[in-house]
Design a protein around this ligand. Sequence first.
Ligand code: HEM
Ligand code: HEM
Length: 180
Amino acid sequence: MNRPSESFVLPARILHWLMAAMIVTMLFVGVGMVASVSERHDWLVRLHKPLGVAILLLAVVRLAVRMRHPPPPLPAELPEMQKLAAHISHWLLYALMFALPLVGWAMLSAGGYPVMLSRSMRLPAIFPADAVAFAVLRHLHAWLAGVLLVVFVGHVGAALYHGLVRRDGVLGSMLGRGRR
Ligand code: HEM
Ligand code: HEM
């Protein structure tokens, strides 16, 4: 394993910001999809599935990058409770990056719907067709998206607190400027 440095490594930073944009887009697209059943909004559904599956694939790459390159340590003077909150929320975000696409995919499988990534590319079912499981997974998908939104808002709040109030370089480490 490499020694922790002052910034996240470049691949980790690229993946973080790329996936942040993709995940926030997915939250809006998801809500837009369920808020309207108009055929004119079909494109939102066609975008939601491949983008969600791309997030799942990138999450695998990102986890591998994180295992190989540990993140820079948090500032030593940061209270232990805040360090713990940072670790828990980061692992929760990782868990959600995997769980949301997998539950979305499993939900469509349980409903017997084909998961099309393009007109001709169809993913295999990952859950047996079952009406009750479809209903449960559909609720679970919406509930997990709600949890993601709440953790994301807390995460951005914490990033701004570090960047604007504490000015301890934590935000800089994700922007490539190092801890101080
Ligand atoms: C990070 C990835 C994902 C995020 C953040 C996300 C987010 C959302 C959100 C916010 C909704 C609206 C929920 C509601 O208010 O009822 C939604 C609905 C939906 N998502 Fe996802 N999603 C993701 C991945 C996926 C994937 C990979 C699939 C399928 C392959 C999928 C399929 C669906 C479907 C079919 C709905 C509509 C469910 C309904 O009719 O109630 N999602 N998603
Ligand atoms: C767009 C606004 C965002 C800002 C300003 C932001 C900022 C940051 C900062 C400053 C860090 C470094 C924290 C540290 O060193 O402990 C970080 C790490 C992290 N962020 Fe974000 N972030 C944003 C969006 C997101 C989103 C949407 C996700 C995923 C859902 C996410 C997931 C993570 C994770 C998992 C880490 C831990 C480091 C890693 O292993 O990648 N972030 N973020």
